[in-house]
Design a protein around this ligand. Structure first.
Ligand code: BGC
Length: 858
């Protein structure tokens, strides 16, 4: 039996900054700068010289938004604001007076808001109700006093927005648009100063039509929500210490209405129950590019302070264990005047005679090292050809049509040029599957009509002509067309095994020896303890963690493990107190782990107690990390998070978030990576590899699946075709599972075609386990089963959703009753418990443990 570690208090008694904090802050800063995207830079206005005064305006100067709210927030020691970052970098700031006044205005407004939320705390007894109250009353950022001209010719304006789980954003002033006050403020600055730099400090897309009004907004830098080192990273980029190399992971349309889901998204049509994915597979650039809709800033765009030349040299087909791999050799030269990095993006136009397809899709990308002026680098960028297969619903197969696949390479979708292609003599079926998540009959017609309405906007003749032109261009392209041998393909056929015990013999054995009551306890979090805070802070041994698994089978060698949130770092309480004599942790209310603890009035350390500090690193939000287009960097960040998980004795990190940016108004987009599933999957895989290179810890990819709306997130129903589900919404999860085997998956709150994701056998067992080979544990999102009779704990077990989190007495009763009535089989319950135990046995809760990543390689 493996030896369980006991009695460890996490954190440090001495609250001073540790060496680990310093090192991790440095990486958070580097990551933040790497993911910032330079969108506009007239006449090479940036980088900015430190010799001239600069005025800093906008709320984000004093209070830079480091990330979103809710469970995705991190309680770091302190964050560096843009004001602090610029001052530390040595920029002469000319409007200190305004900033000081603003600080007062902001702090007062913040205090008022805190009071309101604290009142809510008293009114709402249940944590779930309070959480909803808090989510739907976001802090409104004040604008500040009218600016007056200060010395110097340049002003920076920071446009900040904050959002978070439980509520979607709104297409109105103060959110997607500027408020009237903000517009006036910006107009005043553009009037007072000769040059203006706009910094966009938001978690996602906002309206930028005001750019057309002001000629003197020279530069636009998307700083996103850059984590606790944001201010330093901004100064690094503005000063040129770091040359920006980030690229957009989303399309920034001219206007909100241009997004194909905008008319009906969330509250826009007054219906937050039914979420009809009428745009089908045409999400993000797949829509704009195919339908020829002009955009303000397109997918993959991002400028640099230098210039690059991308030259494609060769396309080749390489055999692999699976199916053929396409490789593109490119040479990138820095033709400008300063050092920098470039991202090469490869897109493919697939033949679309039999089934409609997007005009182009991202197939692969790579980032150069830092190239000095005049320096060149050769890269070989490869991808599996089957990744471009599309799902044919009639046959349930992933299929590649015969014809020419045109390859494009460039520094963005818009800049990409035809470089050649590869051809398939005949159609290839890469995989045969059975159907999952069928559309409910009552909605089929509505969904079809919505899709047809959208397709009416498509100029098919123009699209066909465009495809033909692209194919013709391959003739005169650098690399020409290589043919892929028709015999080099294998058709995979999935064997659906259904509910199965873990293949881990030890986990199986232990499970078989548990009593029925123990099995029931193991199917949920540790409800025996329960500090009354079920939402996001039910863990006790590591204060501020989200939950623990059951300790009911310690005697059989099953340790309780701890789970804590992400994705922007590790969300724990900043500190906690311990009774010196007994070693008992004095429990703090769950809201202490929200918003840096501002809703909690600290009365200091009580006599007989001592304080432990747990300062974790607040890294940039998911979207910013993905904007780096640098999987090595993301893996490095993952390694760092893994070290913090070890330090704080947390086994499962409830991250990364990897839902698709279906619409800019989703309240949690900042936590997720992109509108593109490939990029999403590769980022989540890199993060997972990083975290899981550390012993005993792992990731929880979430929210599985189709959680693209936050309003009514526990009740809404995502209605979509199987093709869109597989090609867009599951694809990223599939990539992450197949290539990185995360320890865990978290199901989402919403329904998918009428069935709660948490109770979906099709998602949990058929897709994740049988089709993709997932070997870890699947868990629910927090309190999923507490929202009505159509999603139950027993339903989770039947679906193969192994762990109901954090769990409550009602879940146990439900399991008992359904077992008794024969509605739930003991075998299904055991299968689930064995999956949990398999992961638990890999945990750092034991004295000896190894990296799960290594185990999975074997
Ligand atoms: C969120 C999850 C989070 C969980 C635990 C839920 O409200 O949706 O993303 O991991 O709480 O805090």
């Amino acid at each position: 039996m493996k030896k369980i570690r006991t009695g460890i208090l996490t954190g440090t008694k001495d609250g001073t900054v540790t060496q680990r904090e310093k090192e991790h802050a440095a990486l958070a800063r580097r990551a933040a700068a790497e993911g910032m995207v330079l969108l506009q830079n007239k006449n090479h206005f940036l980088p900015l010289s430190k010799n001239n005064p600069v005025a800093l305006y906008g709320s984000g100067v004093y209070k830079t938004i480091k990330g979103g709210t809710g469970s995705g927030d991190v309680n770091e020691r302190a964050s560096v604001s843009i004001y602090e970052g610029m001052k530390q970098a040595g920029f002469p700031v000319s409007n200190e007076e305004w900033i000081k006044e603003y600080a007062g205005i902001y702090d007062n407004a913040r205090m008022e808001w805190i009071k309101k939320i604290r009142e809510g705390l008293q009114k709402h007894e249940s944590t779930v109700d309070f959480f909803q109250f808090y989510c739907s009353h976001p802090f409104v950022i004040p604008v500040g006093n009218v600016p007056v001209k200060t010395s110097g010719e340049t002003a920076v304006y920071v446009l900040s927005r904050v959002a978070g789980e439980g509520a979607d954003r709104y297409a109105r002033g103060g959110d997607y648009y500027l408020t009237k006050e903000e517009e006036e403020f910006l107009a005043a600055i553009c009037n007072l100063y000769t040059h203006v730099i706009l910094l966009i400090n938001t978690g996602g897309v906002v309206d930028l039509s005001f750019l057309e009004k002001y000629e003197n907004i020279e530069s636009v830098l998307l700083i996103s929500q850059p984590g606790m080192e944001g201010g330093n990273a901004v100064a690094d980029v503005l000063s040129g210490a770091v040359n920006p190399s980030g690229k957009l992971t989303d399309t920034w349309a001219y206007q909100y209405e241009d997004y194909p889901s905008s008319a009906t998204f969330s509250h826009n049509d007054g219906d937050v129950e039914k979420v009809l994915y009428g745009e089908d597979i045409y999400v993000g650039y797949r829509y704009f590019d195919t339908f020829r809709m002009p955009v303000r800033y397109g997918f993959g765009e991002g400028l640099s302070y230098t210039d690059f030349d991308i030259h494609a040299k060769e396309i080749s087909v390489q055999a692999s264990e699976n199916n053929p791999v396409i490789c593109v050799k490119v040479e990138i030269a820095n033709t400008g005047k300063c050092a920098g990095r470039e991202v090469v993006q490869i897109y493919v136009s697939s033949p679309a005679e039999k089934q409609d397809k997007p005009f182009r899709e991202l197939a692969a990308f790579a980032k150069t090292k830092e190239l000095q002026p005049g320096e060149k680098e050769s890269l070989e960028i490869c991808f599996e050809a089957e990744k471009l297969a599309s799902y044919v619903e009639e046959t349930g197969t992933w299929t590649l049509e015969a014809g020419t696949y045109v390859l494009w390479a460039g520094s963005s979708l818009a800049q990409a040029k035809v470089i050649g292609g590869y051809s398939l003599e005949q159609e290839v079926i890469t995989e045969e599957l059975t159907h999952i998540c069928p559309v409910q009959q009552e909605y089929q017609e509505e969904l079809d009509t919505a899709r047809q309405e959208l397709l009416k906007k498509l100029d098919r003749d123009e699209l066909t002509a465009r495809r033909q032109r692209a194919v013709q261009e391959t003739q005169n392209s650098n690399c020409g067309v290589v043919s892929v041998d028709k015999d080099s393909w294998k058709t995979k056929s999935c064997v659906y095994r259904g509910s199965q015990m873990s293949e881990d013999e030890v986990a199986k054995q232990i499970t078989e020896n548990l009593t029925q009551e123990q099995l029931i306890s193991m199917a949920t979090g540790n409800i025996g303890k329960g500090q009354g805070g079920s939402l996001g802070a039910a863990g006790e041994s590591v204060p501020g963690s989200a939950a623990e698994t059951s300790d009911c089978a310690i005697k059989q060698g099953v340790a309780p493990i701890t789970l804590a949130d992400g994705p922007a770092g590790l969300r724990l309480m900043k500190f906690y107190d311990v009774e010196k004599e007994t070693g008992k942790i004095a429990q703090k209310p769950f809201h202490f782990s929200l918003e840096g603890g501002v809703f909690y009035e600290d009365t200091g350390v009580q006599p007989g107690e001592e304080r432990y500090y747990q300062y974790c690193t607040a890294i940039p939000v998911g979207t910013l990390l993905a904007q780096s287009f640098d999987t090595e960097l993301v893996q490095e960040v993952g390694e760092m998070i893994g070290q913090e998980l070890q330090e704080f004795r947390v086994t499962l990190w409830l991250a990364p978030g990897m839902n698709i940016h279906r619409n800019p108004l989703c309240g949690r987009n900042f936590e997720y990576y992109s509108e593109d599933p490939l990029l999403t999957g590769l980022m989540a895989a890199a993060m997972t590899r990083g975290v899981q290179s550390n012993a005993g810890v792992g990731t929880t990819i979430k929210h599985f699946a189709c959680n693209s709306q936050e309003d009514n997130r526990m009740g809404c129903d995502s209605i979509l075709s199987e093709r869109a589900l597989r090609e867009i919404y599951l694809k990223g999860f599939e990539i992450a599972v197949k290539t990185a085997q995360p320890m865990s998956i978290m199901t989402s709150y919403n329904k998918v075609n009428g069935i709660h994701a948490a109770n979906s056998f099709d998602l949990c067992t058929k897709a994740a386990r049988d089709e993709w080979g997932f070997q870890g544990v699947i868990m629910t999102d927090w309190t999923t089963t507490e929202n009505g009779p159509d999603c139950t704990a027993a339903g989770c077990m039947r679906a193969g959703n192994d762990l109901v989190m954090p769990g409550c007495q009602r879940d146990h009763e439900n399991l008992r009753q359904e077992l008794e009535k024969g509605m739930l089989s003991l075998d299904d319950l055991k299968a689930c418990v064995s999956h949990s135990i398999h992961i638990i046995l890999q945990s750092l809760a034991y004295e000896e443990t190894q990296p799960y990543g290594k185990l999975m390689e074997k």
